[in-house]
Design a binder for this molecule. Structure first.
Ligand code: AGP
Length: 662
């Protein structure tokens, strides 16, 4: 059951209150309440960090601490609302990173409270200003709301509110919710009922969390197609976009399904459907290491996460292949006979996860002989893909909340396809909506640029390919065993790569001023090249392109001029000789045109030595597995370039970790 439009066009707005009865951050309201802001373009807010708390601790400490954990989700403004034990509502919000809010709170502390909500924002439209920051209040200042997602019909609702005399304080879509909640409350609804009534009028994807003056100890939330999870404590409870927000306090979490309203106090959490009926509860335990949420002596989370890759890869392999060679999926709702019936695999994902999918295609087709397509999730449903009950759709996502991937998954299931999720986040939406799940065990990844999640996605893809090959009999037991052994060697090999990264860091000094960097590879080296280029764009803000090395002569070679750095991922010379030789020729082609070549090649490959301006050695491995090793220097290079160029390595501009809008 979904929250539906109540079918009535009758305006719920009958009167306009203008008195602000609460203790709010006067700077914001003094500046912006006095004149009406003209709506010139939609102001959409998405991919934000959301937190709610009810308990005995000082709510401000819990909420701000949780926002610090969530800041990687969005960081262009931040705000909090607290309800004191006497029922007073107080708020503070600031444009800029959380540190700006922190300073403001230190200068003007809010009154003590045991209930609070907090928000870090990532805006897709509309300036990241103080008034656009969350929370948003109704006109009487009794309801405070924070929001992640997009309210698609907000313009209609806003007009309706303005026509009835309501004055808007911000450009956001969120603010309409505060006014609509206030209206329902003044009509006699309680906060949870009001939330149900209001979300019934909303179109789009959202998580909403609200508190109300005069109701200390209560936080109400709702979600539709946007992340929300509950943390269950002793005499305290939490709400958040993801579990990292409350890992300091509890490891017991409660899933929140779509179209659910959460009514939370310190002692109980009630989940209801749009009609107000209780919904089934599903608890899970958070097994992420708390240290993952700290930098552990590293300057940036990204560097720490790069360093954690040997463990992440080892953890992802651990116990996955039972003694009989069967892959152990975390949740399996697919029978072996269904797997035998599969006649096509379609992988769908975004960004880095898409690159993992491209590598998986080579492994799946080689090991299973099942045709495999890889489709960017944002394009998937728009091309009307040919899928049916015999198609296995593999959705890869670190966060488990990427909206493009979720929508692709839903489209696939509507067409009857089976969906297998490869995901890093327990309790997230994508695994919940899939037929089978293989969790990567990268642990919490905080840097926006994905590193350890990528390596573990690769490993999970190899495991799936081997499993399919085994069930369908396209791999003999000894072949599977040899591949498993090669996989088991990877953690130690990644470790060895990491030990030799100093020259790569030095190299970044030479190229920090370059205007463009190119990446070439063939076979699985091609997605590796794409990933190297994405990392550099994402955090060092440099023009970077990844190409199939053989495609260069069909156009991109025109970009090569004297001094352009070109990274080349060279396949193993063992086993696929012609592939290796062709890449060596491609190195010569770019070098002949003045490129400075950075060659990533396995130990003992002497053929590349004459053509490499810089040579980066990686341990020998089967070509299919090479991306796990060859990607590491590219990650290190990108991180170093970003730092040298003076950028925030973990929180690159314009990006957010979890992309929960389409
Ligand atoms: C990776 O460095 C990027 N930040 C981004 O491409 C990311 O991989 C993509 O948005 C998909 O995210 P997901 O794995 O959480 O679905």
């Amino acid at each position: 059951m979904r929250f539906g439009n109540n079918g009535s066009n009758r305006s719920h707005i009958s009167s306009v209150k203008t008195v602000r009865s609460v203790l709010t951050d006067t700077r914001t309201h003094r500046t912006h309440r006095t004149h009406r802001i003209r709506q010139t373009r939609p102001s959409l807010v998405a991919m934000c960090g959301i937190v709610g708390y009810a308990g005995q601790r000082p709510a401000i400490d819990v909420v701000v601490g949780a926002l610090r954990r969530l800041e990687y989700r969005g960081y262009d403004s931040a705000g909090v609302a607290l309800v004191g034990r006497a029922g007073t509502l107080s708020t503070m919000k600031r444009a800029g990173k959380l540190a700006v809010l922190d300073e403001a709170l230190a200068r003007s502390p809010l009154p003590e409270a045991g209930t609070g909500i907090g928000h870090t924002r990532w805006a897709t439209h509309g300036a990241p200003t103080d008034p656009n920051a969350h929370p948003h209040l109704d006109e009487s200042g009794t309801v405070a709301v924070i929001h992640n997602g997009i309210i698609e019909n907000f313009a209609v609702l806003r007009r309706e509110l303005e026509d009835s005399g309501v004055s808007m304080a911000s450009e956001t879509d969120t603010e309409v919710v505060a006014h609509l909640l206030a209206r329902s409350l003044s009509d006699g609804a309680d906060l949870a009922q009001a939330m149900r009534q209001v979300v019934g009028r909303l179109h789009g994807a959202f998580t909403l969390v609200a508190v109300r003056a005069g109701e200390p100890g209560r936080v109400v939330a709702a979600r539709r197609n946007s992340p929300l999870v509950v943390g269950l404590g002793e005499g305290e409870n939490f709400l958040a976009s993801d579990v990292s927000a409350f890992m300091d306090y509890t490891r017991t979490a409660l899933e929140v399904g779509d179209d659910t309203v959460v009514d939370l106090t310190a002692d109980q959490v009630v989940l209801t459907d749009p009609a107000g009926r209780p919904v089934p509860r599903r608890e899970f335990t958070v097994d992420w290491d708390l240290e993952a949420a700290e930098k552990g002596g590293h300057e940036y989370f990204m560097l720490k996460e790069i360093a954690e890759q040997p463990k992440a890869v080892a953890d992802t392999l651990l116990g996955r292949l039972g003694p009989d060679g069967r892959l152990v999926l975390d949740e399996m709702r697919l029978s072996e006979s269904e797997i035998r019936d599969i006649d096509k695999v379609v992988i769908t994902a975004c960004g880095t996860a898409f690159h993992a999918g491209l590598v998986a295609k080579y492994a799946i087709e080689h090991w299973t002989r099942i045709p495999c397509e890889v489709e960017m999730a944002s394009e998937f449903r728009y091309r009307d893909p040919i899928i049916d009950r015999q198609t296995l759709v593999v959705a890869i996502s670190q966060s488990g909340e990427t909206m493009d991937t979720l929508m692709a998954l839903r489209h696939a299931r509507e067409q009857g396809a089976r969906v297998l999720a490869i995901c890093n986040t327990n309790g997230s939406t994508i695994p919940r909506e899939s037929d089978a799940v293989l969790y990567t065990r990268a642990g919490l990844e905080i840097a926006v640029a994905s590193t350890k999640a990528f390596l573990t996605q690769l490993v999970a893809c190899y495991l799936v390919a081997l499993y399919l090959g085994q069930v369908r009999g396209t791999q003999w037991g000894d072949e599977v065993a040899a591949n498993v052994a090669a996989l088991s060697d990877l953690p130690a090999k990644v470790d060895r790569v990491l030990e030799t990264m100093q020259p790569v860091r030095e190299l970044a000094k030479d190229y920090a001023a370059a205007s463009s960097v190119l990446f070439l590879g063939r076979h699985v080296g091609y997605p590796t090249a794409l990933e190297g280029a994405l990392k550099l764009k994402e955090i060092a803000y440099m023009h970077a392109e990844g190409f199939p090395a053989g495609e260069l002569k069909h156009g991109p070679i025109a970009l090569v001029e004297a001094g352009v750095p070109v990274f080349v991922v060279v396949p193993s010379p063992r086993g696929r000789g012609s592939l290796h030789d062709k890449v060596v020729s491609n190195i010569q082609e770019v070098r002949a045109r003045g490129a400075l070549t950075v060659v990533i090649a396995e130990e003992g490959d002497d053929a590349v030595v004459p053509y490499a301006d810089h040579l980066v050695r990686i341990p020998a491995s089967p070509t299919l597995l090479q991306p796990v090793l060859a990607t590491v220097p590219l990650q290190v290079f990108a991180a170093e370039m970003a730092a040298l160029r003076g950028f925030d390595v973990d929180q690159p501009r314009n990006l957010a970790k979890s992309v929960t809008v389409e």
